[in-house]
Design a protein. Structure first.
Length: 236
């Protein structure tokens, strides 16, 4: 159990970092474009990452997507919200090249990439620096013995509560009813997040989900007959 003198570990990633072999174009994007957009986490304890330095002073807010997969949702948001600076965080290299491809094709200039797990990034961000956070289809870790691997945990919610501004949205999508129940349970223990909306993805536009396109994972899940649930919490 984490305590103030024994905090929760920052590195806990259990997923895959690599998938199928990369094409020449993807290798070139990793070699040439990723270094331009990659976020270097400050090495020294106590120093923090300044979103204003990452994006310049003209951005109205900084939003984060944790585990962006192939990046379709992040690129969609970045294209529609050019006044916002986006940080995408993803340890899976085949996902990162997916986002890099979109950045290049769509000529997006408001995305920076943390090619790593989210916890060290959250630890480096200053207090009240994020205006919105997306956690879309986090790995569900269905087995009981793997519950402590789920991203929605009290430790990660503490980290998010610290970096999110008051009134910021935390959007969580999942097609796992178990993960919905788990999230509700974890959130019920918090005073710093308030439930705003809970929707199923079916019939999106009319339900006010037109600012939330389905991710690749969600589309695949719906093809298998699963229904995605979208949960929105507000940082109090
Ligand atoms: C099931 S996939 C969903 C991908 C994408 N969000 C979508 O909906 O298509 C979960 C993703 O979260 C990433 N992930 C897992 N743990 C993470 C962590 N601690 N920080 C950031 N990303 C993480 C995985 O690498 C994977 O790409």
């Amino acid at each position: 159990m984490p305590t103030p003198s024994n905090p929760a570990p920052l590195r806990t990633f259990y997923g895959r970092r690599k998938g199928h072999a990369l094409s020449t174009r993807q290798k070139n994007l990793l070699k040439n474009l990723l270094p331009v957009l990659a976020i270097e986490l400050p090495g020294e304890e106590g120093s923090s990452l300044d979103p204003e330095i990452l994006f310049g002073p003209d951005k109205s807010a900084c939003w984060l997507e944790i585990g962006f997969g192939k990046g379709e949702h992040l690129a969609w948001q970045a294209e529609r919200h050019p006044q916002v600076g986006f940080i995408g965080c993803e340890p899976y290299v085949n996902g990162v090249v997916g986002l890099l491809t979109r950045i290049e094709e769509q000529n997006l200039s408001n995305i920076r990439i943390c090619h790593d797990e989210a916890q060290p990034l959250l630890a480096a961000l200053p207090r009240h620096s994020l205006g919105r956070v997306f956690l879309l289809h986090p790995d569900p870790w269905q087995k009981r013995r793997h519950e402590d691997r789920r991203f929605v945990s009290q430790e990660n919610l503490d980290r998010l509560a610290y970096v999110m501004v008051s009134g910021a949205e935390l959007r969580i999508g999942t097609d796992s009813s178990q993960y919905v129940a788990w999230t509700r349970e974890q959130m019920a223990r918090r005073r710093d997040f308030r439930p705003m909306t809970e929707l199923t993805a079916a019939g999106s536009d009319s339900d006010g989900l037109d600012d939330w396109p389905p991710t690749r994972y969600e589309t695949k899940a719906e093809r298998r007959g699963h229904t995605a649930t979208r949960l929105i919490y507000k940082r109090t």
